[in-house]
Design a protein around this ligand. Structure first.
Ligand SMILES: NC(=O)c1ccc[n+]([C@@H]2O[C@H](COP(=O)([O-])OP(=O)(O)OC[C@H]3O[C@@H](n4cnc5c(N)ncnc54)[C@H](OP(=O)(O)O)[C@@H]3O)[C@@H](O)[C@H]2O)c1
Length: 237
């Protein structure tokens, strides 16, 4: 039997990259996408890095074509490509709003649609959502839109035994923050507001994704696994 195959969107940095590294170390064959300079991803040599914009349907077709030729089929699709545009309503212009929904929502939806023919029976699909508090209305809406999508798709794909879940990171120390001009000192200062007393590491999310991809999570679908060090526990049902 061949090793399981994983496609990770937004796998060239942060959470996606840590997940690619973890799964690779556990014997997965891995392909990642990103939009920047793929040569700089710094992943193990046999991880295939594809330049593909989650907003571009031709890019998604190209990615699936490469995945089919390299792997034949997929056991995990981690829909992680995303951007952050936090801020109050006054600070969000049309471009920022469109980018949030195009990359986070439309990108995940159509990547999954294009991947459907490749997904094995029993495959796992994981969307990256977010703990979603105090990050601004547009971001909350773009990430929040993914939860009903996850639940509906879990039911649609259940006849094929494909499980669809979300992982919701809290504050995870990734390059996303430096891209927004937030210093390491500022990130470190958040630890005091987090019940478990530390900012999360990309590996914390990678472990959760690896669990959701595994047989150990074989009876879990349509769910949202929050990995936040306790942020937001009061607002959960
Ligand atoms: N970090 C957190 O605290 C946190 C909290 C909640 C949710 N999240 C979510 O977690 C996911 C990963 O974030 P991260 O913190 O790991 O950020 P990151 O380090 O900035 O990584 C983002 C990844 O997405 C890729 N990407 C960006 N725009 C893309 C596009 N249009 N098409 C395809 N790929 C694209 C990036 O590619 P390049 O490297 O090539 O630009 C990169 O691989 C995102 O969905 C984010 O919203 C993060």
């Amino acid at each position: 039997m061949s090793a399981p195959a994983a496609l990770i969107t937004g796998g060239t940095s942060g959470i996606g990259k840590a997940t690619a590294e973890l799964l690779h170390s556990r014997g997965y064959r891995v392909m990642v996408t990103g939009v920047g300079n793929a040569a700089n991803a710094g992943l193990p040599e046999d991880v295939m890095v594809v330049r593909a914009d989650a907003r571009s349907l031709p890019d998604l077709d190209h990615t699936m074509d490469l995945a089919r030729r390299r792997f034949g089929s997929l056991d995990l699709l981690f829909l992680n490509a995303g951007i952050s545009r936090p801020g109050p309503i006054e600070s969000i212009d049309e471009d920022a709003f469109d980018a949030l929904f195009d990359i986070n929502v439309k990108g995940g939806f159509f990547t999954l649609q294009k991947a459907l023919p490749l997904l094995n029976e029993g495959a796992s699909v994981v969307f990256t959502v977010g703990a979603g508090e105090g990050i601004g209305a547009a971001m909350t809406a773009a990430k929040g839109a993914l939860l009903p999508l996850v639940r509906s798709l879990a039911l649609e794909l259940a006849p094929r035994r494909i499980r669809v879940n979300a992982v919701s990171p809290g504050m995870i120390n990734t390059p996303a923050y430096s891209k927004m001009g937030i210093s390491q000192e500022m990130i470190d200062s958040w630890a005091g507001d987090i019940p478990l007393g530390r900012v999360g590491a990309p590996a914390d999310i990678a472990e959760a994704v690896a669990f959701l991809a595994s047989d150990a999570a074989g009876y879990i679908t349509g769910d949202n696994l929050t990995v936040s060090g306790g942020i937001g526990v009061h607002s959960r049902p």
